[in-house]
Design a protein around this ligand. Structure first.
Ligand SMILES: [Zn+2]
Length: 414
């Protein structure tokens, strides 16, 4: 059987090459969306790669400057997304036509060549070369373990643009006779816990915060303008209000797309196989969130779900009970542990940002549930910005010392 791993590598890209990569990504996303729209045109959704190829290949070649393998990769991407929509329909779930927005591009051995310290990538106008930006310490990093290891072969890569950087997620595989659950469990399969809330729209167990300020500003502005227009009560005012609504909704969605892209990138960069959220059903009652927030949480969850799926990451919801009152360090649960934004455990004294503590609890809850459910093959830790929490809530320091800069660094318990 095969063992597959993905290694994130940051690329050093100059401004000319940056422009070329952006154009290539734009055309790739255009192609994937074009094929998707075509697939949804008829009475049934077309999911066959061959049919989609026959129907769209020439058009996409005419309309873009993409390498033929990029055209095929975009078509495969579209076909797989359409297939998963049809799967959801069969299970009685809701799903709408996929639309690709997260900036990424799929490479294979015809479009990318991996060298010792740089990669050569096909673009819409010839090839570019970009150096790898690697951690100083080369021992015990995923780069050393998989990417530069003779045992693993590279099978392709996805290029992502996140937080102002081009990141190449290189897929590696090796043939192994068999993998026991114990072996698999040692492979750092981890969960990213995410807490959603009003002050911070999202907080990840890695210590990254996404503030709600921008969203709040828009929502207040929207409600105010709606109020002004409603006072007039005329037909004109009514139509104007709907136009304001559509425009504001579009802007909210843009922000949520950006946050969802960054959340998925966070999971990818930390090698997480699962992103865990709390169950959103009663979130208004629990957090005092407005209708607008509930709307935003649902959109954000949906966006993360389908974008993560594109990258092979599962997205799950866990029981939200006490995630904000429980100490992520010792498990002691008490309403007085939390005072608005700060968390201080009455039993062990653990102190941190309340939303960050909740994100860790959400990750831990998923971890424990999945370990009870399935035994082997389940994730083994909750990813922090440095190191990991195991299912007993014990802190495990990182293998290497290249600690990521995060908002809330985790220190080992005393
Ligand atoms: Zn505690």
């Amino acid at each position: 059987m095969e063992k597959r791993r993905t290694v994130p590598v940051k690329l050093d890209v100059d401004s000319d090459d940056d422009a070329l990569l952006r154009d290539t990504v734009d055309e790739f996303l255009w192609a994937a969306n074009y094929v998707t729209r075509h697939a949804f045109k008829g009475e049934y959704v077309t999911t066959s790669k061959t049919t989609l190829h026959d129907d769209t290949y020439e058009d996409v070649r005419d309309e873009t400057r993409l390498h033929s393998n990029h055209v095929q990769a975009a078509r495969n991407k579209a076909a797989e997304a359409c297939k998963s929509v049809v799967e959801k329909w069969k299970q009685g779930k809701q799903a709408s036509m996929p639309h690709f927005t997260s900036p990424h591009l799929v490479y294979d051995h015809r479009t990318a060549t991996f060298h010792g310290d740089y990669v050569s990538l096909a673009t819409v106008d010839g090839r570019i070369e970009a150096d790898y930006v690697l951690p100083d310490e080369e021992r015990d990093t995923p780069h050393a373990e998989y990417f530069f290891s003779d045992e693993y072969e590279t099978t392709g890569a996805e290029l992502h643009y996140t937080n102002g950087n081009w990141m190449l997620h290189i897929h590696c595989k090796k043939e192994v006779e068999s993998v026991t659950p114990e072996q698999d469990a040692t492979e750092n399969r981890t969960v990213l816990g995410v807490d959603l809330g009003v002050n911070n729209l999202a907080v990840a167990s890695t210590g990254t915060f996404w503030t709600g300020a921008e969203f709040d500003h828009w929502r207040r502005e929207y409600e105010k303008r709606r109020g002004d227009l409603q006072e007039h009560g005329t037909r004109w005012a009514h139509e104007n209000m709907q136009a304001v609504g559509r425009k504001e909704e579009g802007r909210f969605k843009q922000t949520l797309h950006r946050i969802s892209n960054e959340l998925v990138a966070e999971a990818l960069e930390h090698g997480c196989s699962v992103i865990a959220f709390e169950d959103l059903t009663d979130i208004r009652e629990r957090t005092g969130a407005s209708w607008g927030h509930k709307w935003a949480f649902n959109r954000l969850y949906e966006y993360v779900e389908y974008k993560a799926e594109e990258c092979g990451i599962d997205v799950k919801q866990v029981d939200p009970e006490n995630t904000s009152r429980r100490c992520s360090q010792c498990g002691f649960t008490h309403p007085d542990n939390r005072k608005s934004e700060s968390f201080e455990c009455l039993k062990c004294g653990y102190e941190n940002h309340a939303d960050y503590n909740a994100a860790k609890n959400i990750g831990l809850r998923y971890l424990r549930r999945s370990q009870t459910d399935s035994g082997g093959g389940a994730p083994v830790g909750v990813r922090l910005n440095s190191g990991m929490l195991n299912a007993n809530g014990e802190y495990e320091p990182p293998a290497d010392e290249s600690v990521r800069a995060g908002v809330h660094a985790e220190s080992p318990p005393l």
